[in-house]
Write a protein that binds this ligand. Structure first.
Ligand code: ZN
Ligand code: CU
Length: 479
C-alpha cells in the first residue's frame, strides 16, 4: 500500500481533453496527481467521497486583469469560488509589469488600479511581490504592449513608434519573456495603442519566436463596424511574425454588426489550416471597460461600474445621470472619469455561435476592484456550465470543460496543467453538474456561484462547501 495525502473517490472524471467522463478516483500526493482511475493500492490521509459530482481540472481563466488583484486581494475569492485555479493576467495591452508611469497614466490603465500602485519596472519585481502576497490561484502573465509604449515613448502615444522606440520595446519584451511572461498582449482599440501601425505590432510580436509556446493575444483594433478587417489584421500579424495568435473576448459589437460572427469565425477557421489561431469569449452580451464616449455610442444601454470623482453614481444608468446633469455624452464621461462602465452591445446568437465554436476558450475578462463590477467577474465559468451546457444544451459538458482547461493550457503553454493526468499538478475542481450555475447578476454582481463543491490548487483545498478555506497555494506560472 502506498500512502498519499488525499483520495477523491467515486467521481465522474472529465479529464479536460474533451473526452467524455469516466467514473473513477484520483490520488493526490505532494501537490501532484499520483494516480487516476483505479486507485487500488493507495491509502489517503484523507478521503473525499465524490459520488454524484464531476471532477475536472481546475478552470484556467485565459483572459483576466487580475495582475494587481492577486497582490491586493490574494484570497481571490471571485475566482476560486467559480472553480478557477489559474488566471492569465496582463491582457488587452495593459500589464502591471513591465511598467513605469512617471505621470503618464492614460485609459484604460485605471482598470487595473490607481497610478501609485504601479511599481514594477520588471516582471522579476512583480514576480517577487506575487510570491510575497501568496495568492490563492496561480497566475501567468502577458507583457502588455501599451505598458511598453508608456515606458518607451515619453513624448506621447498618438503616433507609431520610431525605430529606436521599437528596438527599446523589443528589448523590454525579450526581458519580460526571460523573466517568465507567457506571451505578449495588445489593446489596439484603446487610446495608448490606437495609433500603433500593424508593422509596429509585427516587429514586437516576432520577439516571441525565440520563446517556444509564447503567444500573441490581442484586444483587436475594432470589434464593431470594422471587425472583419481587425480579424484579418490579427491573422496577418500572426503569420508575418510567425507566432500563434489569440483573439481576445471575441464579439461583434453594435446592432449593425449582429450576426457577423458567422463571417469572423469563417476567417479564423480558414486561417487555422495554416497557422496557430485561437480565441477567447465570455458568456454575456454586455462588455465592460473604462468609460469612454466612443464605447457608449455603440451600445444600447450603459451602467456605471465605478467613478472616482462621483462614487454616488456607481451602479446607475449613464442615461439617467446625463439627464440629471443636463449635459451631453462627452461632458458626462469627462466629469465621471476615471470611471468604468458596462455596455450592452452584443447579440446572444453571436455569443452562442462563438461559444460553441470548438477552438474557442473561456476567459472572463473580469474586472476586480470595481465598485459595481460586471457579473462575469464572479460568474463566467459556472454560467457556461449551467446556462449554456445544462439548460440550453449548446455544447456537451466535456467539450465545455475542454475550453476551460486542456485547450487553454495547451494554447498558453502551461505545462502539467489543464488535464487530470498522473504527474500533473493537482489543480482540480469538484462540482455538481445538476446545480452548477452563476449567481452574480448585473444588479447584484458579487455573488459566488452555486454548485462548486471543492477547489484544489496545487493539492491544497482552497474552496469548500461555499467558503474559502484560507489556503493560498498559487504560484507564478511560466513556460
Ligand atoms: Zn480587452
Ligand atoms: Cu480584457
Amino acid at each position: 500500500m502506498e500512502q498519499c495525502d488525499l483520495i477523491i473517490s467515486n467521481a465522474l472524471i472529465i479529464d479536460g481533453s474533451g473526452a467524455e467522463g469516466e467514473a473513477g478516483s484520483v490520488a493526490i500526493k505532494g501537490g501532484k496527481i499520483a494516480a487516476v482511475g483505479d486507485v487500488e493500492g493507495w491509502v489517503g490521509d484523507q478521503t473525499i467521497d465524490a459520488a454524484g459530482l464531476v471532477l475536472a481540472p481546475g478552470f484556467i481563466d485565459v483572459h483576466t486583469h487580475d495582475d494587481m488583484a492577486a497582490l491586493k486581494t490574494p484570497d481571490m475569492t471571485f475566482k476560486v469560488s467559480q472553480g478557477v485555479t489559474t488566471v492569465v493576467a496582463g491582457n488587452c495591452g495593459i500589464s502591471v509589469a513591465p511598467f513605469t508611469t512617471e505621470g503618464n497614466f492614460p485609459p484604460p490603465f485605471p482598470l487595473l488600479g490607481s497610478e501609485s500602485e504601479f511599481r514594477f519596472p520588471t516582471v522579476d519585481a512583480y514576480r517577487k511581490a506575487l510570491q510575497k502576497s501568496q495568492p490563492a490561484v496561480n497566475l501567468a502573465l502577458l507583457a502588455g504592449h501599451s505598458s511598453l509604449r508608456v515606458i518607451a515613448m515619453k513624448d506621447g502615444l498618438d503616433r507609431g513608434a520610431n525605430e529606436a522606440e521599437i528596438a527599446h520595446m523589443r528589448e523590454l519584451l525579450g526581458a519580460a519573456l526571460k523573466d517568465g511572461c507567457v506571451g505578449f498582449s495588445t489593446g489596439l482599440g484603446y487610446p495608448p495603442a490606437m495609433e500603433a501601425p500593424e508593422a509596429e505590432i509585427t516587429a514586437l510580436a516576432s520577439v516571441l519566436r525565440e520563446h517556444p509556446s509564447a503567444v500573441y493575444a490581442t484586444h483587436m483594433r475594432d470589434e464593431g463596424d470594422h471587425v472583419i478587417e481587425a480579424v484579418e489584421e490579427t491573422l496577418r500579424t500572426g503569420r508575418d511574425a510567425g507566432v500563434p495568435v489569440v483573439i481576445s473576448h471575441h464579439k461583434c459589437a453594435g446592432r449593425s454588426n449582429y450576426g457577423r460572427s458567422g463571417e469572423t469565425l469563417k476567417l479564423i477557421d480558414e486561417a487555422r489550416t495554416g497557422q496557430a489561431a485561437g480565441l477567447d469569449v465570455y458568456p454575456y452580451t454586455a462588455s465592460s471597460t473604462v468609460l469612454l464616449p466612443e464605447f457608449v455610442r455603440e451600445s444600447d444601454d450603459v451602467l456605471i461600474t465605478f467613478s472616482e470623482p462621483h462614487p454616488e453614481h456607481n451602479g446607475r444608468r449613464l442615461e439617467e445621470v446625463m439627464a440629471e446633469w443636463d449635459c451631453d455624452l462627452e461632458e458626462v464621461a469627462e466629469r465621471l472619469y476615471p470611471a468604468g462602465a458596462i455596455y450592452f452591445q452584443m447579440d446572444e446568437e453571436d455569443l452562442k455561435r462563438i461559444l460553441a465554436y470548438p477552438p474557442s476558450m473561456v476567459g472572463s475578462d473580469g474586472l476586480p476592484g470595481q465598485a459595481r463590477p460586471h457579473p462575469r467577474l464572479w460568474g463566467t465559468f459556472p454560467r457556461v456550465l449551467g446556462r449554456y451546457v445544462r439548460q440550453m444544451k449548446l455544447l456537451s459538458l466535456a467539450k465545455a470543460i475542454h475550453k476551460m482547461t486542456g485547450l487553454s493550457a495547451k494554447t498558453f503553454g502551461l505545462k502539467d496543467r489543464g488535464l487530470v493526468r498522473e504527474g500533473y499538478v493537482a489543480d482540480l475542481v469538484l462540482f455538481d453538474p445538476e446545480t452548477i450555475e452563476d449567481a452574480a447578476t448585473f444588479e447584484d454582481s458579487e455573488q459566488p456561484a452555486h454548485g462548486i463543491s471543492r477547489v484544489l490548487v496545487g493539492g491544497a483545498v482552497a474552496w469548500q462547501n461555499g467558503a474559502a478555506t484560507g489556503a493560498r497555494n498559487g504560484s507564478f506560472v511560466t513556460h
